[in-house]
Design a protein. Sequence first.
Length: 268
Amino acid sequence: MAWVQTLGWIVAVSLGVVAYRWASYPGSWAAMFGAEYAKPRGELRRLREELTVARRASAHRLEAATEQLSQARAAYQAEVAGAERRLRGLRDPAPGSRVTWLGRIAVHEEVLRLFDEDGPLDETGRHRTPASGPSTDLPLATLTVDCVPSDDPAGTCVTLAAGTSVPYEVCYAHREYPEPNVRQFVLDVRSAVARAREARAARERHIAAAEADLAAARAATEDVDAARTHVVEVKAAERVDPDVGRATDALDEQRDRWQAITGRRPWR
């Protein structure tokens, strides 16, 4: 029934209050609740509050020092990560936007993407749409591009050579890719190669500076070191914090007085 539950709650709360008072102000019923002990009870309560305040202030100072260290570390890591990202971008640039394409070849600002298969025929059945699917990326700045005759007189082939590697050959049937279009495409690719080589030369000029920036970012640990030292100093200071010490001594003295008048010593 509801009144039984209510009574149970009242009993439980009452027992909790009595247990708390006993732990805080041990002794007789009068010691826990009587008016004649109100003054020493109030003094115990006041000194406990002062100790709590002192401990909180100490913890706050340590928390502030720890947070300062966390912020210094985060700033350091962000600076190093940014320098690493800039250097990585110079050493291994993204493909960039697509400049031109023809069949299996798509030319981007930094790479030539060679697809394994040609794109499908459009609705007219005469022209191919851009290729997609599996592909190989060739660094554009390393390429040499030429037109060569095809085994099929009705076609033109394009060779792509990178250094001493075996050249790639892509052949275009004239019925889908007219020969003038293929030859113009080769000229466009050569222009893109020239631009890529200029961009690579510019990047190489900046790599040494980016490497120096990264080394400097990694070596700039002064703020982290100072924050870490501050945490150590704060921990050492808080272990012997005078405010906590004074509050603890004052509370211990009051607990001694309580024991003297009641015969029992408060546990806190």
